[in-house]
Design a protein. Structure first.
Length: 281
């Protein structure tokens, strides 16, 4: 995942974790038409690609998806292609317990035919990959605001990563709660889910905030809402929030992603409800 510049705007955002090798069960409970919040844990793989290799990587990933679907394998996941930042793809998969994650992983790899197919696609993808970073996040309900939605209807995602200064985690939680309270009053449509990294580089000081979007026009609404938020909070309060935020956050970066139906392994209900999008091969 790629992230940068500090600002208040990213605090109006939502979402959630998989890997090149099938990992945790993910979207199984997120059926199309159901409005609900994130799973407790999120597995996230950030795959850096070599220049010009996205199509080749996606082709092999599509073959992987078809193999998983043919085997009715567990472990659904969402693939996102970067619109901004470096040439990379992230895979997201949610799960509610590590025992559940292990069970699904073993189910997949105990299927000899499926395992062989997955190993073959991994070998095909290897020359296209620059680097891979895997991590696990946990959902922080107390730092979230109205996170429930039907993720199957989303087509884009905005994700912000925050690096928190050492010794300021409690201050961070306090300032986010202040933002949440202010947004809840000023912007009734505002929603986000916050996740804390518990495994992976920076696991003692990293949070992500992401917003799935039905279209990029949502960004125009966010920008308009940001101005409404500033006016509602007031100049003095806004200055105080900005000062506190700058003391707590070491750095942040926001990037845009498009959901990739060809590289995502999603429930059949998603394909049935939106065959023109999720049914793409």
């Amino acid at each position: 995942m790629k992230f940068r510049t500090l600002s208040i705007a990213p605090l109006c955002l939502l979402f959630a974790g998989l890997s090149l090798t099938p990992a945790p069960a993910a979207l199984a409970q997120h059926e199309a038409g159901h409005v609900q919040g994130p799973s407790q844990y999120q597995w996230l793989d950030n795959i850096g690609l070599k220049p010009g290799q996205l199509d080749a990587f996606a082709k092999a990933q599509s073959e992987r998806v078809q193999a998983l679907r043919a085997a009715h394998a567990p472990g659904y996941y969402l693939g996102l292609e970067a619109i901004t930042g470096s040439n990379h793809v992230i895979f997201l998969s949610g799960f509610n317990s590590f025992a559940e994650a292990q069970k699904d992983h073993e189910t997949i790899w105990n299927n000899t035919e499926l395992a062989a197919s997955l190993k073959a696609t991994t070998a095909t993808q290897a020359p296209t990959i620059r680097d891979i970073h895997s991590s696990v996040y946990t959902y922080d309900k107390d730092l979230s605001l109205r996170p429930d939605l039907d993720i199957s209807k989303m087509r884009f995602m905005r994700i912000t990563l925050f690096q928190i200064r050492s010794g300021h985690l409690q201050d961070w939680e306090h300032i986010v709660k202040l933002f949440a309270k202010a947004y809840e009053t000023a912007i009734p449509e505002a929603h986000w889910a916050m996740f804390e990294k518990i495994y992976g580089e920076g696991s003692d000081s990293t949070y992500i905030l992401a917003t799935p979007m039905e279209s990029l026009s949502t960004i125009d609404v966010m920008h308009a809402d940001s101005k409404k938020f500033d006016a509602s909070v007031g100049k003095d309060q806004l200055q105080m929030l900005r000062e506190q935020l700058s003391k707590v956050v070491k750095s942040s970066e926001t990037d845009l992603f498009v959901m990739g139906p060809k590289i995502s392994y999603v429930p059949q209900s998603w394909i049935t409800s939106s065959p023109d999008f999720w049914g793409k091969k």
